[in-house]
Design a protein around this ligand. Structure first.
Ligand code: SF4
Length: 327
């Protein structure tokens, strides 16, 4: 355990955590909403410092990141806990139960990434922002080795810790789960505005891509997709937007996303955005990167197999246009 960053001591042995917008007030002996920070006798500790539950060498497309070192592997690490509680959570075992993992130091993670042919480290699987103390420490060491840091995140964090972390982060995939505040409140036990703010701030600092899990009847209306597209457009028409197919999981029993809904979202988004992708589903169209200047297919994807068929460096091999792809 390590003393937590971003909290204050209150009277009667209570503490208030300021890491995320939940702003939990925690009495002695109890944990915060994320189940990853504990008040012990008036001091707040991170329970997950140096704790790890999952560690894999994944294709970077699995994060998903499609415009950041396409086709390369990345060491992917995660632990337990989350500061949202989505009814459709696909990793709920890492949140709901008191799962045990193993312990590892930041030096060991950085060295592992350096040895394994990885472009760096992705902090993923559970919510990495509640792993703040450890992620910051790792990210500094990974950066010192000339490797890259990636966050796969729900974006639900306060401004100050985000600003402290961002200088060490090279790319982020941020979930925007709906543009409807009530969706965040009822289904994710969270709120929308801080997530949008994280997207805006991250965009100024590193490469970002946005993911939206399409759930039938909850967030897949033309109107909500239109609002999401307008938000991504505000960030930049060249920001990749991934629509992901939902499958019943955890507390959510709604049937899976029909392919026609994914296609509809794709078509709406492609009217205004240059790069739209479909995930969790086998589709040729939703996995292609096409040069917006000339229509040349520059990257083809089949599952996690990536072929850079029309790229020369970061430029389209047909027309020479520079594309927002880091290789
Ligand atoms: S990080 Fe955890 S303890 Fe801190 S405010 Fe958020 S949910 Fe609460």
């Amino acid at each position: 355990m390590k003393e937590a960053a971003y909290y204050e001591k209150l009277e009667d042995g209570k503490v208030q955590c300021h890491l995320c917008p939940k702003e939990c007030v925690i009495v002695d002996g109890k944990k915060g909403f994320c189940r990853a920070r504990t008040n012990l006798e008036g001091t707040l500790y991170s329970d997950i410092y140096e704790h790890i539950l999952a560690c894999n060498l994944d294709p970077i497309e699995k994060k998903p990141l499609y415009h950041f070192h396409p086709g390369k592997p990345i060491l992917s690490v995660g632990t337990k806990g989350c500061n949202q509680r989505c009814d459709f959570c696909q990793n709920w075992e890492m949140i709901e139960t008191d799962v045990s993992g193993t312990y590892i130091t930041s030096d060991e993670i950085a060295a592992m990434a350096d040895r394994g042919g990885s472009v760096g480290v992705a902090y993923t699987y559970n919510e990495p922002l509640i792993w703040f103390e450890f992620v910051l420490e790792c990210a500094e060491k990974v950066r010192k080795r000339g490797l890259l840091n990636v966050l796969v995140t729900n974006g639900y964090v306060n401004r100050e810790p985000l600003e402290e972390l961002l200088p060490f982060i090279d790319a982020m995939n941020i979930d925007v789960k709906s543009m409807e505040p009530a969706f965040y409140e009822k289904i994710c036990k969270s709120s929308l505005d801080p997530v949008l703010e994280t997207c805006r701030r991250a965009k100024k600092s590193c490469h970002i891509e946005i993911t939206n899990l399409l759930i039938p009847g909850l967030n897949d209306s033309d109107e909500l997709i239109g609002r999401l597209v307008e938000f991504v457009l505000e960030l930049g028409r060249d920001i990749p937007l991934h629509f992901s197919a939902y499958y019943p999981c955890y507390k959510m029993k709604i049937p899976p996303t029909p392919f026609k809904s994914l296609l509809r979202a794709y078509e709406i988004a492609r009217e205004k955005l240059d790069y739209v992708y479909l995930g969790n589903v086998r589709t040729e169209q939703g996995g292609l990167t096409v040069c917006p200047s000339c229509g040349n297919v520059v990257i083809e994807r089949d599952g996690y197999i990536t072929r850079k068929t029309g790229l020369e460096g970061s430029a389209c091999s047909a027309c020479g246009a520079r594309l927002p792809i880091t290789v």
